[in-house]
Design a protein around this ligand. Structure first.
Ligand SMILES: *[C@@H]1O[C@H](CO)[C@@H](O)[C@H](O)[C@H]1NC(C)=O
Ligand SMILES: *[C@@H]1O[C@H](CO)[C@@H](O)[C@H](O)[C@H]1NC(C)=O
Length: 500
């Protein structure tokens, strides 16, 4: 007894440190740990849930045609300027999806200025620590080719400008660097402030560049060009697409290449395949320590967890976290607490996803590791992720590279029948926008509703279910038009989609 207690405690503490996200022996962990489900009543009922065929077909049916079509720039004729004003460089920070938006904006700014774009430089993000370059992630040839009638793009600067590097700008103040681009700057701002630099030096380097081009009052042509970059020009390198495709096939047909995927996966997937492609849900879960600490919510890990998160908050933000002035209850009822894996599991179960649902977890690192995920896994035993679905060799090219791992998740997410994102952020926005563009089903959790439901400790399963179903009827991918100031990458209609 003493031994068990010690083991539970130490694994729990390790989990808190976030270091056992994928320990080598998950079976031992699931046997012994599992942070106790916080919503025990609901959790027990969810384990016993039954769903009807009717519910299943409602859930899995693709979105109806919403009469919105893609309408892109039709560049049958070249619109390249007669002469280039010079070379435009951008240095992009953020993770994969923030950089993606930056690339789209860079193309538009190059167009506005009649400049030649240099393939953007991706900075190494302090959180994600990935030094992959544009070429390592995106198919450069395809990128240049798709945009060849819109702007000129070069992979590298010609020799006369080879001095213009990241290191050169890091070392001192340089006249060719534009450091002051305001957030959501207008086209005029670029013409007034960057064009003169291009004209006198033949080159301009903009950094920082994230979110530096407005979404409003731009010519329609420019908006469409941004969408063309996002939805057509940016594709991942062949090996990422191939791996993504292999994972999708394994999710759909239950039969991997047994040579390579004789891992956990074969053991866990027991459905008898009848040759019909199976359907699957992608769950994007960003429940990491940063997010947990920043939210200042209580995640049921007791005093130990509370202290650990408060300490982390103090260390990183010196207590400057707005949420920490509210109680957990206040934050929850406003929908400001990230959903835990258990809560996501309850949401999906209440919506009608049964135990045979193939769930793919698109996630970088889950705070609390396997212990935290176990409740979700109990509700969805056929849960997979890129690690469980692939062999050690298959992952060798991307292991430890956050951007490439995220790219694989992005690819799989775009192929899924249903996508659910449990956390707002760049990946959420990018996929919501991209799936809107393709008219694909995307469930957006109703955070304030769920927050309030989870606060009710006496609510029973049928009331919970009813409220969840009702509260998510209109959150499954129905078209939402962009409002002023909002991103065209999240809301592609009506700038890049026409119809209705
Ligand atoms: C870019 O070139 C086009 C024609 O090639 C011209 O109409 C436009 O004024 C130019 N823009 C700038 C900012 O020079
Ligand atoms: C909790 O849910 C029950 C229904 O299951 C409801 O009758 C009750 O009013 C709810 N309590 C609160 C505080 O909302």
């Amino acid at each position: 007894m003493k031994l068990c207690g010690g083991l539970v405690l130490s694994v729990f503490l390790l989990g808190l440190l976030g270091t056992v996200a994928h320990a080598s022996s998950p079976s031992v962990l699931t046997e012994w740990t599992g942070i106790k489900p916080r919503h025990m009543r609901l959790f027990r009922s969810a384990l016993q849930r039954q769903t009807s065929d009717e519910e299943q077909s409602y859930l899995w049916n693709p979105l109806p045609n919403q009469k919105w079509g893609k309408c892109m720039r039709s560049s049958s004729t070249s619109s390249l300027p007669e002469k280039s004003e010079g070379y435009l460089q951008v240095f992009l920070d953020g993770g994969l999806n923030q950089q993606r938006m930056g690339i789209c904006d860079a193309v538009a700014v190059a167009k506005i200025l009649n400049a030649t774009l240099v393939i953007p430089h991706l900075e190494v993000n302090p959180v994600w620590q990935d030094s992959s370059s544009f070429e390592d992630i995106f198919d450069v040839e395809h990128f240049i080719n798709v945009l060849k009638d819109d702007i000129s793009i070069v992979r590298e600067l010609p020799d006369e400008f080879s001095w213009s590097t990241r290191e050169y700008y890091a070392a001192a103040i340089r006249p060719t660097r534009i450091k002051t681009a305001p957030v959501h700057a207008s086209a005029n701002w670029y013409q007034d402030n960057v064009l003169p630099v291009l004209r006198s030096h033949g080159i301009a380097a903009i950094a920082p560049f994230s979110h530096r081009l407005t979404f409003d009052n731009l010519p329609m042509e420019m908006q469409k060009l941004r969408c063309k970059v996002n939805f057509q020009a940016l594709t991942f390198v062949p090996h990422i697409r191939a791996l993504g495709e292999a994972l999708v096939n394994r999710l759909r047909y239950n039969s991997g290449d047994s040579e390579t995927a004789e891992t956990n996966y074969i053991r866990r997937v027991t459905d008898s395949s009848n040759g019909q492609p199976g359907k699957f849900v992608v769950l994007h879960l960003r429940f990491d320590k940063d997010m947990a600490a920043h939210s200042a919510c209580d995640f049921g890990g007791g005093k130990v967890e509370k202290l650990a998160l408060a300490k982390y908050r103090q260390m990183i933000w010196q207590g400057r976290v707005l949420n920490s002035q509210f109680t957990d209850e206040e934050l929850r009822s406003q929908g400001r607490c990230p959903l835990t894996p258990e809560e996501i599991g309850l949401l999906l179960a209440a919506m009608g996803f049964d135990k045979n649902t193939h769930l793919y977890l698109a996630s970088h690192k889950v705070y609390g590791g396997e212990a935290r995920i176990s409740a979700l896994r109990k509700l969805f035993p056929l849960m997979e992720d890129k690690k469980s679905l692939s062999s050690f060799e298959e992952l060798s090219e991307i292991r430890g590279k956050a951007s490439l791992l995220a790219a694989v998740d992005y690819y799989v997410s775009m192929q899924s029948d249903i996508f659910v994102s449990a956390s707002p952020g760049n990946m959420h926005n990018a996929l919501v926008g991209h799936r809107t563009y393709e008219n694909m089903k995307t469930i957006r959790p109703n955070m304030p509703l769920l927050g309030q439901l989870f606060l009710n400790k006496t609510i029973d399963w049928s009331d919970f279910r009813e409220a969840v179903i009702e509260g998510h009827k209109d959150r499954q991918g129905q078209m939402r038009l962009r409002k002023p100031k909002k991103s065209i990458y999240t809301y592609p209609a009506t700038d890049c989609m026409c119809g209705a």
